[in-house]
Structures are given as C-alpha cells and as structure tokens.
Design a protein around this ligand. Structure first.
Ligand code: MIG
Length: 817
C-alpha cells in the first residue's frame, strides 16, 4: 500500500491526513512496526476446535460453594460475604484481577453446594440461589426462587494445535471424563437469558443509552477519533459490567476479563398475556482470557454497594472539584488565562478551577511548560489561587522519544517503556511527535511515573486530567493504539497488549493517584481520566470525552454520566457546549443548565472550536447561566454530601429515575431525567425550542422547586421549562443541605406528606480537602398537625437553620399516568 492508497482506503485517522509530512511518515513507520511485531508476537490463527463443558461428572464442595466437574471443564462457584457470587470456568479463580480492590472477598461459608433433584447442583445463599444444570447452564435466582438470569453452557474455540490428540466430535459431544485442555488463547462465548421485561444498563461510558438497546457493544477502549455522536461505539471507557433491571429483581454481572470482546444485547418481548414471552438475550464474547464473572443480586442501591465493596469505593474529590471548572484547548498564554478568570470575577460568576490543555506544554511534551507563553506558571497559580481558582493540568501518557528529553531519558534509563515482540521500544505517533509509552502494568513503572507529578505540583497545579490513555497512537491502517503483540509486565505475569489494553488507563490512574498521595499526603487527589476500566473510581472520575456539539450530543452526555455511574464511576460530566464547533446560544445554555447538576461541571472545547465563556452568548444567556452557577454554589453542601455518600456506599450522585422503584416499567424506559441523590429529580431540556416538558415521576409527592407546586407520582406532569431554568423537583419529606447566605449550611426541608411515613435526608459536612473524618448526620421529617418537624436521628440538636418549602397540592396538580 502506498501513501495514496492509504488515503483512498480512508483508514487514516484525522491526524495523519497530511501524508508525506513528517507526522504522516512516522505514522506509517509505526504501522509497519506494528505489523512486524504482530507477525512475530501473536499466535497465528490456525484451525480451531470448539468445546462445551459436556455432562456433569461430580462436584467438590468447598467453603462458600465448590467446584462442579464436567466432562470437559469445571465450574467454581463461590459466595462471598458481601453477597457477590463468583463463577469461574476452566479453573479460573478470582485472582489475579485488576478490578478487585482487595483481592477476593471473604467466603460466606454458610453457603453450601448440594445436589438438586434433576442431576445438577446448587448453592443457596442469603441473597441468591445459583443452580448449575447437568450440562453446565447456570441459573441465578432470587431467594424466592424467581429466575433472574440463565447463562447457557459456554463454548470455547481453541487452536487445534493446543489440543492435539482429541478428535473434534469427541470434544464437542458428551465425551468421557477428561481434564480440560490447555485453555490459553481460547476465544469463548456465552449466551444468557433474562426476563422478557428486563432492561440493560452499564457497560461503561456509552453514547447511546442510558438504556442499552439491541445491538453489539464492543469492549475495547477506543478514542473515537474526532468528536463522537450518539451510537458511536465503543468510546474511551468500557467496563464489562451490566446492570439488569426487571420486575423480578435487579442484578449485576461483571465479566472479569480485560481482553477485547463484545456484549450483544437483545431486549425481550412480552407475549401480552399469551404466556409466550420471548426472553431477553445477551451474548458475551471474548477473544481470550478467563471465563469468570461475578453476580450480585439485590435492590439497585444494594447492588451498587456490593459492587463498590468488590471493586473499591469511589475516591471523594476535594471540595473545590465540585464547583465550576472552565477549560479549553488553546488558551494561548497566561494573559488569556488571566482575562478569562477576570471575566468570571468581574461578572460575579463563581469559578473553582481552570484547566490547561496540551497547548501549555513545550512542544506538546508531557511534564513541560512553554515558558514563552507561560513565563511564570507557579506565579500565575498563586495569583489565581488568591482568587479561589485552582489550576488543573492535562497529563498525556505518551512521552516524546527523543534523547535529551528529561522524561524520556529517565524512562529509558529505567527501562519503563512498552516493548514489542522483538524487544524494541514501541514507537507511536502522538501530539509530541514520535512517542513511547510507559508500561503502567508494572509496579516499578507506576512508581517512576507517579514521582513525575512532583513537577506538576511545583508548577502550581492542584489536580490532573488524564487524556489519550486508551492508549492512543495515531496509526496508519486503521490502528489507533499499540500493537496487540506489544509486551506488558502485567504485575510480573507477563503478557501482551491484548490483555493490557483495557487496563492501560486504569493503571495510569493508579500511578497518578498513588504519586499524588505520596507527594501531597495531606490533600485528597483530584484526578479524572478519559479511559479506564472496572475500579477506576478508586483513583478518580472521568468525563465524556469529545462529544460532538449538537442536540444529540447533549443527550449523549447525560447517557454517559448515568452509564458511568452505574458502572461504578460516579464522578463525571460532559464538555459543556460540546467539544467541537460553536453551539447556538440556546444549546449552550441548555447544556450549561444540565451540567450544573452533574458532578463534573466543566465548560471545555477543542482548539478550533468557538468560545465557551458564559458571556459569549449574549446578555440573556449570561443571566440564565449565572443563575445556574449560583444554584450550583447553593447546592454545594448537597454535592459534598453526595460525594461522601458515594465514597461510602458506591451510590452514584446521578441516578436513573428507577433507582428506588425499579419495578416501575415506565421509569426504566425514561431516559431524559435523573435523580440527583435521593432528594432531587432533574429534568433537563434536551430539545431545541422546548419551553415546557413532560416529566415522568416516581412514586410519591414531588414539588417543583421554583413554583412550590406539588405533583403526585407515579405518573407524568407537564412542567414549565422557560429558557431561564430547567425543571427540578424535590421529593416530599426530603432534606437538602444548601449554602445559607452567611456561608453556613442550611437545611431546606420539603414538606412531607401527611401520614406517619414522613421523610428524611442526610448531611455529611466536609471538613476541608484532606482526610479529616466526616460524620454522617441523618434527619427525619414529619408532618404533625400541619407543622413540619425535623429531627436528628441520633437525638442531638438539629444544629442548622431549617427552611421549610413546598405546600400541599391544589386541584389539578396530580400526575397523570
Ligand atoms: O486528540 O488535548 O478529549 O478534551 O482537549 C485530542 C487535546 C486530544 C482529547 C481530549 C480533549 C482535549 C484534547 N485531547
């Protein structure tokens, strides 16, 4: 293929458009290196043999479950104390794992493996029953015996050479008892069934959704290359975890396998009372790696809590990170930064942080500063800090491959860069030019990398923003990452990029987080990352990546935040206004109003895109954006509380509307609103020109927080959504901690419904940006003789001013079905 063919093939990514330029040639060179390395380093795809487990031959009970033996495989089932159940085929054990926070949780030895009456085996535990059939189907049932999921016997495809000696027909049928053949390198597939009414969520950050419709979702972290639109798949942060919500119950399944793969979903259909339901289907396919998964059953809140126990509770960001951030690629220089910050100050607009993108680097090189454009960055940082604005720095993993570059020199001396199958450093093409890539799957390399953050801290930065860590290497021939044959340490086990790719961003986050903790132990690190995998939340959050400017992008950005939250990563947000081009004033405002209720509240845009400052869209937009900024500031104590709660329980700040009522089918299909914590229901405007919108209400009474009018759920209500605001409702009886006029915390209490049930809320007061112990204070509310009573559940004084809001419903304000 010559250069012209390449252009015609359309496979060149945007950054190598200019074939013939130095960058284009280097990309070609990287592509040739990939080919050569893959030819040597990857097993050749020869003839393959299929295998299924065959018939059951026996079982070995062990604490918490045991091993069920089949003719050609075995299945380990283990119930753990958190309620999560492990299933591992072919001898797969829970460890080693990049997802598990402290290895395999303790075994629940009350759970016992016992034979059932139809020739299979089952494990009964407190929260779930797992039944294994004679041929290796695994059924997950509620304690009441209702089926939630049925995983059919898996199928492997192995290189014939690895299983020489056994004829295919012998292997695929019900053969004699046998040891499993070497399963290394085997592809596998498993089909599962769920209830006809089930809905799928999760799988990491997906642009379509939050409800994942029929289709194939790939598990391979990918820079979409240019801006993405709804439906573009995959994106930067995939997680093989699905949350399935059905009338019979909610369950989570996590395939602990970082290889390339896919999940194909098909929602079921109900036979309208005819009894002929078509169950929902899910096909999980992996290109290699173990077939092992975890199942968690319970309410959504319990499931997410168990998930956080398994993979780690979310890092709590410092308090300032819950304020407003302003970013852009290409501020140009220090004066421009000062102008933007002054623009916020002069208009009385709150601003917490300002982000510097790769353009502040010298020649796009990580851990450098262009001192011509930023002559005194530490001085600038101190100056801004005096106004309450912190600086956040982008950090890219690729290091310019050039002797003399300090990072490159120290890295090559310590041998930290990924090598190919021939032992050569893998060269890629990224923003600084020809680049090499640290192998973050090596603890030694993480330590080396983490120490480099000292330079960022010395420059005055308060937090970091990890980008390009899928990882990206602009390549010719369609490849935009490292060669699959590239070697990785994988904590000493050794392996290649096929296994390491999806955990590259995760392990980079670990390196950054641990580095910051060591360098500045008194502060909670602020880190968010474009790519990641199961467990990213232990180190930080994420953001939407390069969402295309446009109304569909606005919708996609809500889907992403909800999906990431249900995948365990609760702190995220979109580029407000979209990454590319110039949004209309209306679109910008609606995006801004949505962003004000999301954990990461950040305006950002591309080098070539239009401005994103709130005053660039006319006086009306400025007025309304200012109102959104002030409301965000007022809700700061609530956001701090939600961050602390997420850090304890894994409950995302931003939750789907079915969170507390997953049996409400209409809510499972509702994708244009969300719950912010337990108290608020936010209904963003996602349509051009809309000044009213329908809101689907969960059970209970809800007050429009602006008019105070009450609506009864379940049902629908049509609410005003003038340009000045988006509808936000408050649950009757809830307690929302807000900032009072004097800066102290006030409790906004929404009148409970009459009757004995009342309501309540939580306050976790943040005591700074460090590790100070925080206390969870619970309040209960009741309506007694027409009067609202608020009490602290521990009996102590309420200790904060209380403001009661919302009044009893008038006629006509009932929600409609
Ligand atoms: O290939 O650093 O998603 O937020 O502004 C583009 C420049 C690289 C992608 C990030 C975006 C950032 C941009 N980066």
């Amino acid at each position: 293929m010559d250069a012209r063919d390449l252009v015609r093939s359309g496979k060149l990514v945007r950054s190598v458009k200019a074939v013939g330029t130095a960058r284009g040639l280097r990309s070609l060179r990287a592509a040739w290196q990939r080919r050569r390395s893959d030819a040597v380093g990857l097993p050749r795809r020869g003839p393959e043999l299929a295998r299924v487990p065959g018939v059951v031959t026996g079982a070995d009970p062990q604490p918490g479950g045991g091993v069920v033996r089949f003719a050609r495989s075995s299945l380990r089932v283990r119930v753990t104390t958190g309620g999560a159940v492990f299933c591992g085929w072919d001898g797969a054990a829970p460890e080693p794992s990049y997802a598990l926070v402290r290895g395999c949780p303790e075994v629940d030895d009350r759970a016992v493996l016992e034979p059932d009456t139809v020739g299979g085996w089952r494990v009964v535990s407190e929260r779930v029953t797992v039944a294994v059939s004679r041929l290796g189907a695994v059924e997950v049932r509620t304690p009441g015996g209702v089926m939630l999921r049925r995983d059919l016997p898996p199928r492997w495809w192995e290189p014939a050479a690895a299983v020489a000696g056994s004829a295919p027909e012998e292997r695929d049928g019900h053969g004699p008892d046998g040891e499993r053949p070497a399963g290394v390198g085997a592809r596998w597939q498993q089909r599962s069934e769920v209830a006809a009414d089930a809905r799928f969520f999760g799988l990491g950050g997906r642009s379509s959704g939050p409800r994942l419709r029929d289709g194939r979702y790939r598990l391979w972290n990918t820079d979409p290359g240019g801006a993405f639109r709804p439906g573009d798949d995959p994106l930067s942060l995939t997680v093989p975890v699905q949350l399935v919500v059905a009338d019979a119950g909610t369950h989570l399944v996590f395939h602990d396998n970082s290889w390339d793969g896919s999940v194909t979903l098909r929602e079921g259909e109900e036979g309208e009372g005819s009894g002929h339901d078509r169950p929902g289907g899910c096909w999980t396919r992996m290109e290699g790696g173990p077939l092992r998964y975890w199942v968690i059953v319970g309410t959504p809140a319990r499931v997410m809590h168990s998930w956080a126990s398994l993979t780690g509770t979310p890092a709590v960001p410092p308090a300032w990170a819950l304020g407003h951030h302003h970013a852009r690629w290409g501020f140009g220089n220090a004066d421009e930064v000062r102008r933007v910050v002054a623009g916020y100050r002069e208009r009385g607009l709150p601003l917490s942080a300002l982000h510097l993108d790769i353009d502040h680097y010298a020649g796009n090189r990580v851990f450098t500063v262009d001192t011509e454009r930023f002559p005194d960055l530490p001085g600038l940082a101190t100056e801004l800090r005096g106004e309450g604005v912190r600086l956040v720095s982008i950090v890219d993993p690729a290091v310019k491959a050039e002797p003399g570059d300090a990072v490159y020199d120290s890295g090559s001396a310590a041998d930290v860069f990924v090598r190919d199958a021939l032992g050569l450093e893998v060269r890629g093409e990224v923003w600084p030019g020809e680049s090499v890539f640290p192998d973050f799957t090596d603890p030694r390399v993480r330590k080396w990398w983490g120490a480099l953050y000292a330079e960022r801290l010395a420059q005055g930065f308060s937090g970091v923003w990890h980008d390009m860590n899928e990882p990206v290497s602009f390549g010719a021939f369609g490849g935009t990452t490292l060669p699959r044959s590239a070697r990785h340490t994988l904590e000493g086990r050794g392996g290649d990029h096929r296994e390491a790719h999806n955990v590259y961003g995760l392990t980079m986050a670990r390196a950054g987080y641990e580095g910051l903790r060591e360098l500045r132990p008194e502060e909670r690190p602020f880190l968010f990352s474009r790519s990641g995998w199961a467990g990213l939340q232990r180190y930080g959050g994420s953001w939407s990546g390069d969402v295309a400017t446009g109304w569909p992008g606005l919708r996609a950005s809500l889907a992403l935040v909800l999906g990431l939250g249900l995948s365990g990563v609760p702190y995220s947000g979109p580029d407000i206004g979209g990454f590319t081009g110039s949004p209309s004033p209306e679109l910008y405002l609606r995006w801004f109003q949505l962003g004000a209720y999301l954990p990461l509240f950040r305006t950002h845009s591309a080098l070539s895109a239009g401005r994103r400052e709130p005053w660039e869209f006319g006086p009306r937009v400025l007025r309304f954006a200012a109102a959104a900024l002030r409301e965000r500031q007022r809700l700061h104590p609530y956001f701090l509380t939600l961050a602390q709660l997420a850090g304890r329980t894994g409950a995302p700040y931003v939750r789907p509307v079915w969170w507390r009522t997953p049996k409400d089918r209409a809510l499972r299909d509702c994708e244009d609103a969300f719950l912010l914590g337990d108290a608020l229901l936010v209904a963003p405007v996602l349509e051009e020109g809309a000044e009213q919108r329908t809101v689907r209400l969960p059970r209970g009474r809800w007050y429009d927080t602006v008019t105070g009018v009450a609506y009864e759920g379940p049902g629908r209500a049509v609410l005003d959504a003038p340009l000045s605001r988006i509808p936000v409702l408050a649950r009757a009886g809830s307690v929302v901690p807000v900032a009072g006029a004097d800066g102290g915390v006030e409790l906004e209490v929404w009148t409970p419904c009459p009757g004995r049930k009342g309501g309540g809320g939580v306050l976790v007061e943040d005591r700074g940006d460090g590790w100070e112990k925080t206390e969870v204070v619970r309040f209960s509310t009741r309506l007694r003789a027409g009067e609202v009573r608020v009490e602290r559940e521990d009996g102590a004084e309420v200790g904060h001013p209380v403001r009661v809001r919302g009044h009893a419903p008038r006629n006509g304000s009932r929600g409609r079905r």
